[in-house]
Design a protein around this ligand. Structure first.
Ligand code: SF4
Ligand code: SF4
Length: 452
């Protein structure tokens, strides 16, 4: 089997054999599957992230362990010559939302989200990329290249006829609203701060701000808020732009998340390389890179290490931070001065994105929220919101997506109808808007409101 991802980190897995039976084929990928020891811990429901599809269906077949069982059969040759297009394998992975709960919470760190990427890539190589996956995967590129796309989405959201057509042709659920691109995409401040400016930080405090596709095209106010807060905290902020010799010049950078999660690995690798080239000078200078969307930062820190991008990818993984992680870190180091004022009274409900939890950023978020004087907040105990990028918009998944949201998250929000909501994930905010018709904010927006 020719791997589409780099599984060499599993080369030594299973030696001396702690694991129950490495499948006959599949090399290091088979070892990544075999790290499951079948103790069925993922088929119980303690508090935590794992596993939203099991929690919502109560069916062990939709737990990480249930998936491993089918994959082992496939790699042992029990599902024929082409196991990656076998319905049993595709059904097993169908409801995995790639939340990384298993990698974080399973004792053996089964990384089903990465395993699913490999399986989809293998399937794509045989059957081609399905039309809908091509559309969702290339969305960042389409948003940059088709200025009329926003208008079409707004029309589709207001026209039941067009929504039905989209459902029939593309499998996008007519019952769901699509996120609408903003009238104007984010534009980085034109001028960089000159060293002669009195505002130029004396101790060279500089930070690279990565504005992802979602902030850039859908919620530019999130990127603007992050820029304003970092500047107010005394940092010189440079918005990451493509390298001077980038073949696609003006097209904004993207981490490739939308492509990677749908198994379009080669295209994702191309995006990752563009980012790597743009970041090379910053990496060499040891500058911190700050991002806003948990999924994008998880990609840079984790999934990109499976793209065979060399040692630079490892350096980047260590130098990239979520906005809240960076603020918390700099505050701990006493390098940051952020004058904040109290916000209007009331307890804010905080929903953590699965990938914020996967990278361990919730502690930082708590620290950052404590910087706001008198600020009251409560973390909602919930698993995945169920939207998971394109997953909740797909006609066959819209129902289960809502069920995931209704398990804990939406009832908790409804129980406090007046409470402001904080959610750092773009998909989570969309699910919340649709589910309870309230407007959640990113922590960068909240901090900007609190700037004294
Ligand atoms: S995936 Fe992890 S938690 Fe689930 S059965 Fe396997 S080892 Fe246990
Ligand atoms: S990535 Fe999330 S949804 Fe998929 S198997 Fe793991 S815990 Fe379940």
């Amino acid at each position: 089997m020719e791997h589409r991802l780099d599984w060499s980190s599993y080369e030594t897995a299973g030696q001396g054999d702690a694991y129950a039976g490495i499948p006959a084929t599949g090399g290091d990928f088979a070892k990544a599957v075999a790290v499951c020891i079948n103790d069925r811990a993922c088929q119980t429901k303690p508090k935590g992230v794992m596993c939203p599809s099991f929690r919502a269906t109560d069916d062990p077949a939709h737990s990480p362990g249930g998936r491993v069982k089918v994959l082992k059969d496939a790699l042992n040759g029990e599902l024929g010559e082409q196991p990656f297009v076998h319905p049993a394998v595709l059904d097993a992975l169908e409801l995995c939302v790639g939340c990384k709960g298993c990698k974080r919470e399973c004792a053996n760190q089964v990384d089903m989200a990465a395993i699913k990427i490999e399986v989809l890539a293998q399937r794509n190589a045989i059957t081609g990329v399905p039309r809908r996956d091509r559309l969702f995967g290339t969305l960042p590129r389409l948003l940059a290249q088709l200025p009329w796309l926003g208008g079409l989405v707004r029309w589709r959201n207001r026209s039941p006829w067009l929504a039905k057509l989209g459902e029939r042709w593309l499998g996008v659920a007519a019952t769901r609203q699509l996120p609408e691109p903003a009238a104007r995409a984010y534009a980085a401040p034109a001028a960089r701060l000159e060293e002669s400016s009195p505002l130029y930080p004396a101790d060279e405090r500089a930070v690279i701000l990565f504005v992802d596709t979602f902030a850039r095209h859908f919620e530019p106010e999130v990127a603007e808020a992050a820029h304003a807060v970092l500047t107010a905290a005394g940092y010189r902020v440079e918005v990451l732009a493509p390298a001077a010799d980038d073949a696609e010049g003006g097209r904004p950078l993207c981490c490739g998340r939308t492509l990677l999660s749908l198994g379009q690995v080669e295209a994702a690798r191309t995006e990752a390389r563009r980012m790597q080239a743009a970041l090379r000078p910053a990496l060499a200078r040891g500058l911190p890179i700050v991002g806003l969307e948990p999924s994008c930062i998880l990609s840079l820190r984790d999934d990109h290490l499976k793209l065979g991008l060399g040692p630079e990818a490892e350096t980047l993984a260590k130098q990239v931070y979520l906005f809240e992680e960076f603020i918390a870190r700099e505050h701990d180091r006493k390098r940051m001065t952020l004058a904040l004022k109290p916000l209007p009274a009331g307890t804010t409900l905080v929903h953590g994105h699965c990938h914020q939890k996967a990278v361990g950023a919730m502690k930082s978020l708590r620290k950052v929220l404590r910087l706001i004087p008198e600020f009251q907040f409560e973390f909602v105990e919930a698993s995945c919101c169920g939207m998971a990028g394109n997953f909740g918009l797909e006609v066959e998944h819209a129902g289960i997506s809502r069920r995931m949201a209704e398990m804990d998250l939406l009832p908790a929000l409804r129980a406090a109808p007046e409470a402001p909501i904080l959610a750092n994930g773009f998909s989570c905010r969309h699910q919340i808007r649709e589910g309870v018709a309230r407007e959640p904010v990113h922590v960068a927006v909240l901090l900007r409101q609190a700037l004294a």
